[in-house]
Design a protein around this ligand. Structure first.
Ligand code: ZN
Length: 43
């Protein structure tokens, strides 16, 4: 069975911020485990 890439990505669990638990959109070139808000607080 061939699974389309679209279905594959839809089956991935949403990325959650490890700090506040908020689901955020993963950016292609960023591998932070916090959302934008928490990352900016850390820096
Ligand atoms: Zn956060």
């Amino acid at each position: 069975m061939i699974q389309s890439s679209k279905e594959f990505f839809q089956n991935l669990p949403p990325k959650e911020c490890t700090k506040c638990g908020e689901v955020f959109e993963e950016m292609a070139e960023c591998y932070y485990h916090q959302c934008d808000k928490c990352v900016s607080e850390i820096r």
